[in-house]
Design a protein around this ligand. Sequence first.
Ligand code: RFL
Ligand code: PHB
Length: 390
Amino acid sequence: MRTQVGIVGAGPAGLLLSHLLHLEGVDSVVLEARSRDHVEQRVRAGVLEQGTVELLEAAGVAGRLRRQGMVHHGIELRSGGRRHRVPLTDLTGRSITIYGQQEVVKDLIQARLEAGGQVLFEVSDVRLEGLDGDRPAIRFRAAGQDQELACDVVAGCDGFHGVCRDAVPEAARAVFERAYPFAWLGVLAAVAPSSEEIVYAASDRGFALHSMRSPELTRLYLQVDPDEPIERWPDGRIWEELQARLATDDGWALEEGPILDKGITGMRSFVVEPMRHGRLFLAGDAAHIVPPTGAKGMNLAVADVRVLAEALAAWYRTGATGPLEAWSATCLRRVWRAQDFSTWMTGLLHRAPGDDAFQRRVQQARLDYLATSEAAARSLAENYVGLERV
Ligand code: RFL
Ligand code: PHB
């Protein structure tokens, strides 16, 4: 098999890259380890920056997103039983849209298949070869057979646990990393959201988040210990903890319903530099992870491949290598802005095991500052809705 761009991973990064390249007249093949059903059902992110929505719209894949996505103009911060709204749109002129990541993935898979694009699911043993030359190849197994995909460049869009990053020699990459002493337990519940907007709650019992997916589906998260098994969290305990952490002193009530999906995800910050090695380009979670508190991960993946698709299109059109050479540094500016924002939001709202009374007071002072200073709220808001220029 031969193509122009060999893409590993059918998450938002890989699928969108394939679609954007198609619009530029560049061929690609996407290789995915899991089944189509699996990637379409995987519950993950839900917040799209306005820039992400505009890109999906310009790329012609936002029909369902426009109909089903929920446009939000603010978020709520809660602590000590009190709530404070950050009016995102008043402060920035921009909004966010709530639309499940797996819905974005479904829309992109459909668009690729309708355009005759190749997305191969359930491939295994992916290995990259010849990255230092100008004829790289991806070897893999599919349908019980060894195969080879020859290409001009490889896009490693295989997420944090993928194999592409390890194809870069250790001496050629620098890794920046931070682990957090907590994880998020995420649940999807068949109940109408109890709030019109996303609620971020800081409490002495730890952080909680109330989000949504539709008028009938609520998405909720709890800060939990990183090595706590999910079996320790029967549904009753989850609701009890959510009720306690989200409680307000003004009569607000959290509606409960059947839990359809639950899982625990560790939290980390991670960046590999540079994001390119020879003919390999690492995009999305393969190159960087942010803690989910700032809702930036999927938006960064989208930003990476937007710039990469433009750079590859310019290269194929005119032979220009400048945009490809600038790609990693261009993306890393946005990545580090998001790392700063996501770490800051995480520290603002979580309770770390070693936190003492001093730390709690400082945290409360920051929350109070956000509630009283427009400058402080605007800084949060412009990062949350996504900066146009970084
Ligand atoms: P993905 O989505 O992980 O896709 C990678 C794909 O590669 C496949 N793969 C392989 N394929 C072939 N061969 C191999 N050897 C392979 N190894 C892996 C995988 O099966 C998969 O299909 O990475 P991508 O495309 O870079 O997208 C990144 C996003 O998924 C991620 O950043 C977000 O989900 C992060 N995130 C959030 N981001 C936001 O922008 N807004 C949010 O509100 C938000 N909330 C979240 C989140 C992530 C969470 N979890 C579960 C990590 C909330 C949570 C709880
Ligand atoms: C979500 O809806 O899944 C969500 C919302 C906000 C976040 C993270 C996840 O910060």
